[in-house]
Design a protein around this ligand. Sequence first.
Ligand code: PLP
Length: 390
Amino acid sequence: MIPSVLPTYSRAPMNFVKGEGIWLIEADGRRFLDLGSGIAVNVLGHANPELTAALTKQAETLWHVSNLYNISQQQELADRLTEATFADTVFFTNSGTEAMELAVKMARKYWYDKGEDRSEIVAFGGAFHGRSSAAIAASGAEKMVKGFGPLLPGFTQVPFGDHDATRAAITGKTAAVIIEPVQGEGGIIPIPDQCLKGLRDLCDETGALLIFDEVQCGVGRTGRLFAHEWSGVTPDIMMVAKGIGGGFPLGAVLATENAASGMTLGTHGSTYGGNPLACAVGNAVMKIVADDAFLAEVNRKAGAFRQRLEGLVAAHPDVFEAVRGQGLMLGLKCKAPNAEVVKAGYSNELIVVPAADNVVRLLPPLNISDEEIAEAVRRLDAAAAAVEAG
Ligand SMILES: *Cc1c(COP(=O)(O)O)cnc(C)c1O
């Protein structure tokens, strides 16, 4: 008999009933150190007092009004985001996938309005942009698209890191190129600055719009407010979600005035996107994260964490191969199967998340303390020893 929850996930046998900062508390009382953050979502830890206060205050005042009316919390968040980034305008969604849908629509409408037949979207191998029809077509990965055809047409994939193939794929038919500045699901793979610069140049030469998917790598995760800032390259359109809501469902598409020019009255909408509750929390997240001193701390702690992880790799050469990533978006490339490392983590009350390419992801809350980093490394060390012991 089919379970009452549609069984599309393989679920670990834990049932968390409470969260406190970096800790997740299981129904039986065990305290797990959480380096997954709900997959880069709980950027300020669980039950963060400032976020809880913002959400509670909003819940006591106004939960929902339609986008047929002005929403002051949404206006404030849009102003914060445009002030802090390349973007001139923002549309709010409830998820990263919805942001993907709008990014694709926006790029296609841009060219339609110019009277040009440019609808193709170039994406990269190993990319993840969500699970909607557009997002799986962009990924092209067999495990995501098989059985769901006919796929949305107009998407091509370029092998990641293949400059010549990229150059060949971006043509006068290309509406936009989409890339994660740091691939998340693909295995914590930062795109070298030179590649992002080269991509920007190719887009400028051909006119194609450049879309950055910062759903996982954005909102302070890499030590800058948005990951692309490290490269000095700016996109035309950017997708944000996960961390921006700190655990409350919230996403956004940010765009330049030019890239957004096709999205006129009535061309897009959302019932819940940009609702007062989500935006109240988004503002509280931005107040804390979009701050130079906070981001400097993220970088300092990331350096300390990474150094300890290098030591861990050296100490367990049969389990780990290398540390990768940027800021607090870290990955351990494994020699042992990553699923075994994840499972050994659970036995040591430690949450880490698998990714492709046999990588284990470490995505702690950005306000992790030095003591928590030390404890995380102790538990990873114990987990590695357990994997070695078989
Ligand atoms: C998680 C993710 C998405 C999809 O976001 P949802 O909120 O799950 O819809 C899209 N792109 C990237 C890079 C992601 O990590």
